[in-house]
Design a protein around this ligand. Structure first.
Ligand SMILES: [Zn+2]
Length: 246
């Protein structure tokens, strides 16, 4: 099941900024629009499959603690805007137990409106959210050997927590009428899209046999994310056979 099959004429109103930076506020790192950035409204439901794949592959970088994970977070934000990891705003603790809103009077960037230039999302929370999404994907794909016992228990506990989907919507009077989704956060759109794709019996979300990246392909026989990966894999198999024969 895909969003476009579930809803015809669906538009998801969201805003991304043309550029993002990582800024430090009371020693907490935030992903924020750059000072010269311009707001770019777009429909976040027009290519949900690509958004899910990008989120999973970013989650993979975070999970594997790759050096370029912060830079890729900025690229993701430039493409899709804020995730809304703290929306609706509530006080929360960082991994080391500090309160993220340690500036007096609620002046931290999470307290600005989500589409404001002054709005920022804590980088740590942003990355943890995508890493957990990727860990769920590994679990479903049977790659549990990559997860520690503790991580698997953490995921099982989360399974029991109901997810709010934030489906605030309105219908237009046009012909045909359009369903306009006004999500509180992008995470609601991302998670619902992921949920629909990962539970699809055709299993269109796959892990490339060659490079290990997540990719989307509704063809049940697809095993590689690209022709390049398929060719590379076949050459490796061929060379392996040659070595065995020698
Ligand atoms: Zn690949």
């Amino acid at each position: 099941m895909e969003l476009k099959n579930m809803f015809s004429n669906l538009n998801g109103n969201w805003v991304r900024w043309s550029d993002y930076r990582i800024s430090d506020n009371h020693s907490v790192k935030y992903i924020m629009p750059s000072e010269t950035a311009t707001a770019l409204p777009y429909s976040c439901t027009s290519a949900p499959e690509q958004m899910v794949v990008d989120a999973l592959n970013l989650g993979k970088l975070v999970f594997e603690q790759k050096e370029d994970k912060d830079e890729v977070c900025l690229s993701f934000a430039r493409k899709y805007g804020p995730l809304g990891v703290t929306s609706p705003v509530k006080s929360f603790l960082l991994r080391d137990g500090r309160d993220a809103d340690n500036s007096a009077g609620g002046a931290a960037p999470v307290y600005s409106g989500i589409f404001a230039k002054a709005y920022g999302e804590p980088l740590e929370r942003y990355q943890d959210t995508l890493s957990i999404l990727y860990m769920h994907f590994l679990m479903v794909k049977g790659q549990t050997d990559k997860l520690s016992q503790k991580e698997q228990e953490q995921l099982r506990r989360q399974e029991l927590t109901p997810e709010a989907c934030g489906m605030n919507y309105r219908l237009t009077f046009g012909s045909p009428s359009q369903l306009v989704w006004e999500p509180e956060n992008l995470l609601a759109v991302l998670k619902l899209s992921y949920a629909l794709l990962i539970t699809d019996p055709a299993s269109p979300l796959k892990i490339c046999k060659s490079c290990g990246q997540a990719y989307y392909n509704p063809n049940s026989r697809s095993e590689f994310c690209s022709v390049k990966c398929r060719n590379y894999y076949n050459i490796q198999v061929f060379r392996g056979r040659q070595r065995e024969q020698k």
